[in-house]
Design a protein around this ligand. Structure first.
Ligand code: HEC
Length: 138
């Protein structure tokens, strides 16, 4: 009888320990996900979004217009395939100041004097790729 009781106790203790351990690991997982989310909120927060959602989430539409047709602050984002391939557009988005291609940028300087095209070098390349695919189809 006492032997059985001991075994039951050992069993329960093991079970409790395992449960506790699992709980600990689970907590760890959750907190690292949370901090990962905070650090990389740009990339993690938009995981799964497509190009059309990303241009909205990244604020592109605020300057370039909801229909991409341009505003007094920024040029239209249609017909870009005339000027860029996928790589070229990603390169531009990551560092617009250093990748102005063509004479239209001279006009932009006066026409959209109030707007500044931000650099998106801190964004996930995959997201920029989705944006490039989306814009090049417009
Ligand atoms: C704060 C306003 C603003 C925001 C936000 C903005 N842009 Fe721009 N964008 C501009 C301006 C102004 C220009 C003109 C650039 C110049 O004169 O150098 C421009 C130029 C561009 C061009 C070059 C157009 C051409 O004819 O080659 C592309 C492509 C572009 N933006 C895409 C984007 C994308 C994609 C986003 C979001 C990820 C974005 N922009 C966000 C203001 C903005």
């Amino acid at each position: 009888m006492t032997k059985t009781l001991v075994w039951i106790l050992v069993f329960l203790a093991t079970f409790a320990a395992l449960f506790f351990l699992q709980h600990l690991t689970k907590d760890d997982g959750t907190s690292s996900t949370v901090s990962g989310y905070m650090e990389g909120s740009d990339s993690v927060g938009v995981a799964g979004a497509g190009g059309s959602e990303l241009v909205s989430q990244f604020g592109c539409l605020n300057c370039h217009g909801n229909d991409l047709a341009g505003t007094p602050a920024a040029p239209p984002l249609t017909g870009l395939s005339k000027y860029y391939d996928r790589e070229g557009l990603i390169t531009y988005l990551r560092n617009p100041d250093k990748n102005k291609t063509g004479a239209r940028f001279d006009d932009y300087k006066t026409k959209y004097a109030s707007g500044i095209m931000p650099a998106y070098g801190n964004k996930d390349l995959k997201d920029l790729g989705k944006i490039a695919d989306y814009l090049l189809s417009k």
